[in-house]
Design a protein around this ligand. Structure first.
Ligand code: NAP
Length: 279
């Protein structure tokens, strides 16, 4: 029988996951379909029960349900529990099990550019939902230090305190971070500043960045944010959010099917879809 997969969120019509995942099911000749589910917050509980009742094989979860879905699942993987968000659900013999592949997906994508992360001194800008998974997974990957700057420093302190993997961290303001940029090998931009349509905005000035550093922005629309443009002009190497998106999907696919898919093909697929969307 054909297996049903999908992605639930609100809004959901913009999601690139259905085309990317259905292409993988075709490639590996799997009898499965992946569809977008438009689920509002009011309808979340009913939607989860309904998907379980019809025997969904698995699904992704996106904004705004990544945290609210947790009490509705049968089990939560320890990393997802620590992060406090689920982006992937697998139906394991009738039990819905929640996972989080965002942070590990980010790290897998980053390793395409920086194969060994140990010894890296990192500055993370932002402390929102995506930042949590990234901070935990970078700490798990064994980087030397991850400082965090955020508009609301208290949120960064909370993030740091709940991380199960030990890593040296200092929390400060964005203004303070601008004065210290030359200390970092890697800058990770996780806020929504610079995302289309506000493409002329950046969360901080990169005047002090050292040319040997690496700048990563998890935004992929536009493909090159103002943050990445400034870093690139200063001589730094850069990476946008496509890799994180592709690898979080690849890890979800692996959880569902046991197969780690062709990420180059996924990347091409996503870039083709983005080409179809005006920034
Ligand atoms: P979120 O939980 O709402 O966090 C937003 C972050 O941005 C917080 O650190 C927040 O600071 C900061 N922020 C918001 N408005 C700001 C402002 N005016 N000035 C300074 N800082 C501001 O969002 P999220 O889910 O983490 O998503 C963040 C970005 O990551 C989005 O652009 C999203 O598209 C992208 N993303 C990409 C991927 C991928 O696969 N590539 C995956 C997930 C998310 P405060 O704490 O002070 O509010």
């Amino acid at each position: 029988m054909k297996k049903l997969y999908g992605v639930m969120g609100d809004p959901i019509s913009h999601s690139m996951s259905p085309v990317m995942m259905n292409d993988l099911f075709d490639l590996y000749e799997m009898d499965a379909a992946y569809v977008p589910f438009h689920v509002t917050s009011d309808g979340l509980e009913t939607a989860v029960k309904g998907l379980k009742a019809i025997g969904v094989a698995g699904f992704n979860v996106t904004v705004p349900h990544k945290t609210d879905i947790m009490p509705l699942l049968d089990e939560i993987d320890p990393l997802a529990k620590a992060i406090g968000a689920v982006n992937t659900v697998k139906n394991q013999e009738g039990k819905l099990i929640g996972y989080n592949t965002d942070g590990r997906g980010y790290v897998r994508g980053l390793k395409e550019e920086i194969p060994s992360l140990s010894g890296q001194t990192v500055l993370m800008i932002g402390a929102g939902g995506a930042a949590r998974g990234i901070y935990f997974s970078m700490a798990e990957a064994g980087v030397k230090r991850i400082d965090i700057c955020n508009r609301t420093p208290a949120k960064a302190v909370e993030l740091m305190k709940t991380c199960p993997f030990p890593v040296e961290t200092e929390v400060f303001t964005i203004e303070k971070a601008e004065e210290r940029l030359e200390q970092y090998d890697l800058l990770i931009q996780t806020t929504l500043i610079g995302m289309a349509p506000n493409i002329e905005e950046a969360p901080l000035s990169l005047k002090g960045i050292k040319p040997a550093s690496f700048a990563s922005d998890i935004i992929y629309n536009p493909l090159e944010t103002k943050f990445l443009k400034e870093a690139s002009s200063a001589g730094a190497r850069t990476q946008n959010g496509i890799e994180m998106f592709v690898y979080q999907g690849a890890l979800a696919f692996e959880i569902w099917t046991g197969l780690f898919p062709d990420t180059e093909r996924m990347k091409e697929n996503v870039l083709k879809q983005l080409g179809g969307y005006p920034c």
